[in-house]
Ligand binder design. Sequence first.
Ligand code: AMP
Ligand code: ZN
Length: 115
Amino acid sequence: MSDCIFCRIVRGEIPCGKIYEDEDVLAFKDIHPQAPVHFLIIPKRHFTSLADALPADAPLLGHMLALAPRLAADLGCAEGFRTIVNTGRVGGQEVYHLHLHVLGGETPLPAMLKY
Ligand code: AMP
Ligand code: ZN
């Protein structure tokens, strides 16, 4: 996807605060942090949303999820963190390239949802 902002970050066309990279995924700081620690883990290949996930994507999704505690610990989230995947219009997804939010810090995060 040539105009997808996260694909552009993967290609190095837009700078990011890179935290981690391997063959399949990239992790970088969220540009508008909602907590003292807030980063995103994305697949390098374009993947529109979790709604498009197939059983064959399970290893990639598992890799992203398993990275979250490791990277969160590296950034000082010793006592926990929150992972979020916003999906679609109702889920409040703004960037249509799958991403796992990881949020944390020293104090407990606010209530998850106010509805
Ligand atoms: P979502 O609502 O789950 O689609 O969230 C998209 C997230 O991407 C938001 O938290 C944005 O702050 C973040 N974001 C958008 N553009 C960038 C960027 N260039 N670098 C880092 N984070 C970004
Ligand atoms: Zn993309």
